[in-house]
Design a protein around this ligand. Sequence first.
Ligand code: ADP
Length: 495
Amino acid sequence: MKKYILSIDAGTTSSRALIFDHKGQEIAKVQHEFKQYFPKESWVEHDATEIWNTQKSALLEILSQHQIAPNEIAALGITNQRETTVVWDKSTGKPVCKAIVWQDRRTSKYCANIKEKGLETLIKKKTGLLLDPYFSATKLNWILNTHKEVREKAEKGEVLFGTIDSWLIWNLTNGRLHVTDSSNASRTLLFNIHEKQWDQELLDLFEIPRAMLPKVVSTSAKIGEVKLSEWDSSIPICAIAGDQQAALFGQLCFDSGDVKNTYGTGCFCMMNTGTVPVESKNKMLTTIAWELNGTTHYALEGSVFIGGALIQWLRDGLELIEKTDEVEALAASVNDNGGITFISALTGIGAPYWDPMATGGVFGITRGTKKGHIARAALEAIAMRSREIIIEMQKDSGIQFSNLKADGGASKNNLLMQIQANLLNTNVVRPKTTETTAIGIAFLAGLACGFWKNQEELKVLWQRDQEFKAQPLEDSKKIIALWNERITKIVKHES
Ligand code: ADP
C-alpha cells in the first residue's frame, strides 16, 4: 500500500528529506548541512557533488531509519534553492567548477554593462525579472567565459547546465533525465514566461548555447522514476518547484490574491496572481508559480534581505540577547518603541528602494531609551519592510487581501505577528506546520499521482495554529509616520 509522499527540500545550507502521510502529517525528517564557500568578497559557492552526496544520504537514511520501504512511497517531489547555477560534464557526471549560489554578486559589473545598453526593459518584458546577479544567466555566462574549453563542450551539448533540481534529478536517474520545471526555469533570465519556453534572443544576449539547457516539464506530473541501488523498487518523481513557489502552494495560496510571507533570514513575500502574469510597476518580480493540470499560474514576488537576520545581529553583533527566542520577551518588556525607529538596511535595501549602498540606522535615542525599545523597534522594522513590499504588491495587482499567511523561523514570534497584523491592518494567520516548503512539494507530487484527488481535498489538511487579528491602533500610525520620515534620511527612493 502506498502510504507516504517523500519530499526533497534542497535548501541553501542543508539537504533535507521529509516524509508525509495522507493526512499531511510529517512522519520523518533527516537533514544534512553542507559547506558554504566564500572564496572572495561577494562570492558564494557550493560544491554540487557534496549537495548530491548529502541529499542521497538523507534519502537513504530517512527510509532505513524509519523502516519504510520504497514501495510504500507513492511519489517523490523536489523543491530547491532557486537560481544557483551548476554546470557538469555529461560523460563523467562531474561538475566543471563550484556551483555559483543565488547570493553571489560577482556578475554585478556585467549586469551594469547590459543595463547601460538599455536592454533591461526587454529582459523584464520577457522574463518578469530585473537584471540582477541574483538570477542564473549571468552566472552561467561567467562560467562559460572563464572556462573556454567548457564553452566548446557546451555548444555540443557535452556539458550541461541546471539549477539544483536539474542536477539532483540527473543524479537520481543516473543521467537519464535532464529536466527542470517552469517555476525554476522562470528564475534563470533565459525563460520567456509568456511563451513558456527558452528564449533565443535572451540565449544570444547572454551567450548561452541551447544544447546545454534542460527540458522544461510541468511542476506537477509524472516526470520519471528513481531507483537507488540500495532500494528494491523505484519511486516515481511527480513534482519539481522552486522553494518559495512550493511554500506558496504549501500555504494553500491557490487563488488570485492569496499571499504568504516567509519570515526567515530574509522575508520572501509572494502573491498568487492567477493565470495572468502581472507586470510590476514597483520593481517587484513577476514569476511562474507553478504549472498544474496544463495551466500556468503566476505570482508577484518581493523580498526583504534583512528579516530574522536583524535578530541575529541583535544577538551576535550588539550582544543584546543570547538566543534569538529572547527577543520577544525583551520587546514585550516595554509598552511601545519609546520613539525609536530601527531602519534595517544592514546590507543595502531592496524593493521598492533598491539602494545597494544604504546602511542601517537607529533613530530617536534619548536618555530614557532601554534595551526593550531597541528590540521592539527591530521587530517593527521586520514588519515595516514586509509592509512596504506588500503595499507595492497590492498596488501592482489591484488586489486587497483579507489575510496574510505567515511561515518561517521568525513567524513563531507572536509579538512580531501581532505587530505585522496591526501595521498592515490585515489579519495574519500562522499554520501549525512550519515546513510549508516541504509540504507544498508533497502536495504537488501527491496530486500528480492521485494520492490526493484534488486541491479541495488538501484544504482540510491545512491546520491553523493562530490568527492575529489586526488592531488599528494609534500607535501603528505613529510607527509608520516616523518610519516614513526617517527612512528618507538614509535611503534614496528610486522608483
Ligand atoms: P532560513 O530558512 O532563512 O535559514 P528560518 O526559517 O530557519 O530561516 O528562520 C531563522 C531566522 O529566524 C533567523 O534569522 C533567526 O534570527 C530568526 N528567528 C528565530 N527565532 C526567532 C524569534 N523568536 N523571533 C524573531 N526572529 C527569530
